[in-house]
Write a protein that binds this ligand. Sequence first.
Ligand SMILES: [Zn+2]
Length: 339
Amino acid sequence: MSLVSMRQVLDEAATGGYGVGAFNVNNMEQIQGIMEAARETASPVIVQASRGARSYAGDRFLLHLMLAAAEEYPEIPVVLHQDHGNSPATCLRAIDLGFTSVMMDGSLLEDANTPADYEYNVAVTRAVVEYAHARGVTVEGELGTLGGIEDGVGSGEVNLVDPGQAVEFVARTGVDALAVAIGTSHGAYKFSREPDGDILAMHLIEEIHRRLPDRHLVMHGSSSVPAGLVRRINAAGGRITAGYGVPVEQIQRGIRHGVRKINVDTDGRLAITAAVREALAGEPAEWDPRHATKAARQGMREVVAERMRQFGQAGHAADYLPLSLERMRERYVATAAVA
Ligand SMILES: [Zn+2]
């Protein structure tokens, strides 16, 4: 079994100059699709559970799905990450359960909707870092707010990250990875026209990377919302009006400037919905639900494998041996002693 800390996976990605997709898990078919894609492309992988997933499936079911993935695919380094923790208590519970990485989203208050002030963000993030690093677990923080609301998370307001504040935030909190708001949104309705580097404020990523060259940057809301998937859903009876997502070329530009973790949720949902609708519409006499859920797993696998190749993580699963969380803890202690 190859459970790894996210810090190790992102450090290796920085060395190799690639990005690692973080894919959301809600059920068995989704995680099986992700792991099949990781095996097919020999990729390290971050599987993440949102609070919405935890309330849909339940903490223990999700955790054991992820643990089963790590057992079944021992050649793949797997990070168990908690997406958008809304409070230190949520993050601490995930760490105690066995997650190897957590996100403390202190850009929002505990209701996960109201933008928080900067000092609140520093305080809650710092508290989680202290608890997590003492156990070798990685912490991702967030600065600025993303647009859109997904799984009940978000204020719907876009507040771009301030690079000077990012430098100070990292120094005061000690986070391993920083999600930076550059104009992306959660969900399938991100932009009304194809976004270029200006709409996406890619210059902020470049400036933050210049000032924090050894900190890992994270892009949220980075599904590409492929028009082909939307067309397939609608051709099979759906009625969705998705906008534009984040073009893969813009993500690749981010990867050249310090983006190491790319959150992809919507594309997996779209792929599954397309596959299930086609399966049901194509065989109206079929009554075995596995006909549709098998198609869901395959749809997930295809979109995830494509992103793994595009982000550059493909082929890197066997580059390194996973370090234990105890070893990571010692590393944090050693760095703190030097500082
Ligand atoms: Zn997010």
